[in-house]
Design a protein around this ligand. Structure first.
Ligand code: SF4
Ligand code: SF4
Length: 137
């Protein structure tokens, strides 16, 4: 199995440094790969990244919610959305996302749709080569 980062990820980067096997890769270009991605072949399911995420975006693959109910105010970010998110990440660098949407309280979102892009990132997307063009966002 693997852990999965879902579209609740806004690139805070709080998770990356705690991973003991360095399998969490910031997507690039951000407009096509807006999250951090976990290499499913390398993740050892230790769970260390989960409590580090201020946005509760990380789940064991078999616990990704098919019906996530929004508290209200949180953002999802995924290709195809056109809302704007701005913030500051764990390292003090600015975050700007133009693939975002703010959720209303009670809105229900299927986060299992986010599982496939995590695999695609390593199978047909940039994978580890995204580290070569990492801009810190
Ligand atoms: S800590 Fe959470 S929001 Fe930040 S990069 Fe990791 S998964 Fe995304
Ligand atoms: S569960 Fe452990 S090995 Fe997998 S991505 Fe998180 S910190 Fe890394």
């Amino acid at each position: 199995m693997t852990h999965i980062i879902t579209s609740l990820c806004v690139r805070d980067r709080g998770c990356i440094d705690v991973c003991p096997v360095e399998c969490m890769i910031p997507g690039q270009p951000v407009s096509e790969w807006p999250w951090i991605y976990i290499d499913p072949d390398t993740c050892i399911d230790c769970g260390a990244c989960v409590p580090e995420c201020p946005y509760a975006a990380i789940f064991p693959e078999d616990e990704v919610p098919a019906a996530y109910t929004a508290k209200g105010g949180e953002y999802i970010s995924k290709v195809g959305l056109d809302g704007h998110f701005e913030g500051t990440n764990h390292h003090g660098n600015p975050i700007v996302l133009d693939t975002a949407k703010q959720l209303a309280a009670g809105e229900v979102v299927d986060l299992t749709e986010d599982i496939k892009p995590n695999y695609d990132f390593f199978e047909s997307g940039p994978g580890y080569s995204a580290n070569d063009v990492d801009d810190g966002m």
